[in-house]
Design a protein around this ligand. Structure first.
Ligand SMILES: *Cc1c(COP(=O)(O)O)cnc(C)c1O
Length: 428
């Protein structure tokens, strides 16, 4: 019997009582490659992308994968070969796109703090668009481009001031956070941009936050952005594309089921059509929703430590591998790699890593049926895990595998301690 671990995600499922990634038994991968180990399903990535592609069928649309969610080169290759562009936030990410063979014309460059060097690098590479986040950045970009005898294609990120109802650290479209320009300043700033010799205005964009599980904030943001499109075009500045950002959530848990991308876009496109902008070129920048549920992290139970107030299950993965719980109090489902045939209730544990921080927990109050030496799978670990991983406590970063059918390919070797201090210099 095949039983998906999370609803709607058939690519990680139990067959009898063994967890499989597509057609590969996870315990065998852990035995070969060790733990902690990230395993990604290529089929799950392409299925997530297909939901967007279905949503945009018949439209002039460009999907730019927000690669900060998971920027491993082989993951970028999967999306590049499927026709995606990339939303980048640094010169380093641009180099990754180049290393993965991505189409530079489909690259858009977001972020509040682009340096002059990064601007030059991106202009020389011929990227598709700079998503500019402040008036000061417009002036600098214009000067840098003019100095290269170029005109930088720009879109200005506007802040629609809608509440995406998500965690404050991943909400970005409200007044009082550092992203974008205020709605009421946008027209004036567009007029300023249009007057600068080093710029060519090509679009408008917004991105209201991340892990959004409701449709309403998107509909509200679309209304606010389209109001601006009308005002900016009435001022004689045509906008070739409208970019609605990313932010669509995934189910980490059974109780916050976000809409599928195609269902979300059915509603958004109806509004776009109703307001007369249905034939406009659309861009989106999804990150988490393309990769989050396409990855898991396998870890081994090192020790069980019963206590008076809490029982601890100490695993070999930690906050340096899986930073989301420590950063955002985020929830990841944690399940056994091989289940016991008889399901007893289990014991309630806090699942913690070996790092010397009380913030180093991966799951709290989890009922588990485990013993030392067992393996656990931390689910929904495809987004904002490896790309945020660090070497804290001189822990080498985990290995990564990409599975397709019954084939598992190593896409990142486990980091050794020597890797972690390469580049450091000893005193004479
Ligand atoms: C992070 C980010 C995204 C992607 O967000 P997700 O929640 O992962 O979809 C898109 N656009 C911008 C500008 C971002 O900063």
């Amino acid at each position: 019997m095949t039983l998906p671990v999370l609803p709607g995600h058939p690519h990680f499922a139990y067959r009898d009582n063994a967890l499989f990634a597509e057609d590969v038994r996870v315990s065998e991968l852990a035995a070969t490659y060790g733990t902690p180990l990230f395993i990604y399903s290529k089929t799950a990535m392409l299925a997530a992308l297909a939901s967007y592609q279905r949503g945009f069928e018949g439209r002039d649309a460009q999907i730019c994968y927000a690669m900060k969610a998971n920027s491993s080169l082989a993951v970028l290759q999967v999306f590049a070969r499927a026709g995606c562009g990339f939303d980048i936030v640094s010169g380093g990410e641009l180099e990754r796109v180049q290393a993965a063979g991505g189409d530079l014309k489909k690259v858009i460059f977001s972020g509040v703090g682009k340096t002059r060097a990064e601007m030059r690098q991106a202009l020389a590479a011929g990227i598709g668009c700079f998503n500019v986040e402040s008036e000061a950045e417009l002036d600098v970009l214009s000067a840098v481009a003019a100095g290269m005898k170029l005109r930088a294609p720009v879109s200005i990120r506007v802040n629609p001031n809608v509440d995406p109802k998500t965690h404050p650290y991943i909400s970005t479209g409200l007044k009082g956070n550092k992203f974008g320009v205020a709605h009421e300043d946008a027209l004036r700033i567009y007029q300023h941009a249009a007057s600068l010799e080093g710029l060519k205005v090509v679009g408008i964009d917004c991105h209201i936050g991340s892990q959004i599980t409701e449709v309403t904030p998107y509909l509200d943001a679309m209304d606010r952005v389209l109001d601006l499109v009308a005002a900016i075009e009435a001022a004689g500045i045509p906008l070739a594309h409208i970019d609605f950002g990313g932010g669509l959530g995934i189910n980490y848990n059974d109780d916050d089921m976000p809409p599928e991308a195609d269902a979300l876009w059915r509603q958004l496109l109806a509004k776009l059509d109703a307001r007369g902008y249905g034939d406009r070129k659309l861009m989106v920048e999804p990150g988490r929703s393309l990769v989050g549920n396409a990855g898991i992290c396998i870890t081994e139970v090192l020790y069980l430590k019963p206590g008076e107030q809490k029982n601890f299950c100490i695993i070999d993965a930690a906050m340096n591998d899986l930073p989301r719980p420590a950063m955002y109090q985020a929830f990841h489902a944690i399940v056994p790699v091989e289940r016991a045939a008889s399901e007893s209730a289990g014991v309630v544990y806090d699942v913690v890593g070996p790092v010397c921080e009380s913030g180093d927990w991966i799951g709290r109050d989890r009922a588990l049926h485990v013993a030392a030496g067992d393996q656990l799978a931390v689910m929904s670990a495809g987004a904002y895990c490896m790309s945020m991983a660090s070497n804290y406590n001189t822990r080498g970063r985990a290995a990564e595998l990409l599975v397709e059918g019954d084939l598992a390919r190593l896409i990142r070797a486990r980091e050794s301690a020597a890797d972690t201090f390469r580049g450091e210099l000893l005193m004479p």
